[in-house]
Design a protein around this ligand. Structure first.
Ligand code: RIB
Length: 309
């Protein structure tokens, strides 16, 4: 079975539950606060692993106490952390998350996530990766390091997945190295300059991205479901309509579960349905990694919904 290499961020999340967002100059009391491991890279690695896929986490943490908690969470889920870098020069990346009703707003500070070593990533991939393995990154680590790693991943015939979050304009040299671009509504708008208000706008935006060299696009639209587009397919899957407690890491859960399902030889449609079920379970619980379901939980949820996958 193929492996997944996740090159990305590892954070500690500081989560504040609020009735509403503060106004300018206002100090507000939160209804609830908790600190919990997160980071898009680490969340996606855990999502893959909890679906039973051998997953290696590549990234950087500090030597501070919070870094240790963040790494412990990865190890607890059996993510392979042998190649994690540890630096004394930075502390762990952090995210401040404001939860209001069912929505969230996130501010991050890179910390050790800014201290990647692209030459080492190349050495690790050359040693450990095999053609057909997946290579997954996000943009909470420096863009030049992502580009360098994607060049190496493509040379080794890995399947590359970029979750372009947080969204920035992507350089041409990266675009043709991306097999699957995963974006939400905001990121799609930044990259394609098209809105997601209708299928025809989405098709036009996706066409623009495909022409730039990206092989396929997976658009995640929260309660409006998800859409996969390449030159031959336009596949749309609705979201499950369950109670939303916290959407943090729902996208990360979707991505990790989607890749896991592809590795289990399921097709695009089946994998999107599986990923939607996993994401739906994730939003029923508060927190990032703590909310990511196991393979058995996703299977049971799908069965309970009366579906066969
Ligand atoms: O995608 C959710 C994640 O974004 C959080 O865990 C936070 O760390 C930020 O990176």
């Amino acid at each position: 079975m193929n492996n997944v290499f996740v090159f990305g961020s590892i954070n500690m999340d500081f989560v504040f539950s609020l009735d509403r967002l503060p106004k300018i100059g206002e100090t507000m009391k939160a209804n609830d606060f908790f600190m919990t491991p997160g980071g898009k890279g680490a969340n996606q690695a855990i999502a893959c692993r909890r679906q039973g896929i051998n997953t290696l986490m590549l990234g950087c943490v500090g030597s501070d106490q919070l870094s240790k908690i963040a790494v412990h969470s990865l190890l607890e889920s059996a993510v392979d952390c042998r190649y994690l870098d540890i630096t004394d020069n930075y502390s762990v990346g952090v995210a401040s998350i404001m939860l209001t009703n069912s929505d969230n707003r996130i501010i991050t500070h890179s910390g050790a996530n800014s201290n990647q070593n692209p030459n080492r990533i190349k050495e690790i991939l050359e040693k450990e990766a095999h053609p057909g393995d997946y290579f997954l990154s996000q943009l909470e680590i420096p863009l030049p390091d992502v580009i360098s790693a994607f060049k190496c991943a493509k040379t080794l015939n890995l399947i590359t997945v970029l979750n372009a979050a947080p969204a920035v304009k992507l350089p041409k040299e990266l675009l043709h190295l991306i097999d699957i671009l995963v974006v939400n509504e905001t990121e799609f708008r930044v990259l394609s300059k098209f809105d997601v208000k209708s299928d025809s706008l989405i098709k036009s935006g996706a066409q623009k991205l495909l022409l730039s060299g990206i092989k396929s696009i997976l658009l995640t639209l929260g309660i409006n479901g998800s859409i996969f587009i390449d030159y031959d397919n336009f596949v749309k899957v609705p979201a499950y309509k369950d109670k939303v407690v916290d959407t943090t890491a729902a996208g990360d859960t979707y991505i990790g579960s989607f890749i896991a399902s592809l590795i289990y030889n399921k097709n695009i449609l089946e994998s999107m349905k599986f990923a939607s079920a996993a994401a739906s379970l994730a939003i029923m619980k508060k927190g990032a990694q703590v909310s990511i379901p196991s393979y058995e939980e996703v299977k049971a949820f799908i069965k309970q919904k009366g579906e066969i996958l």
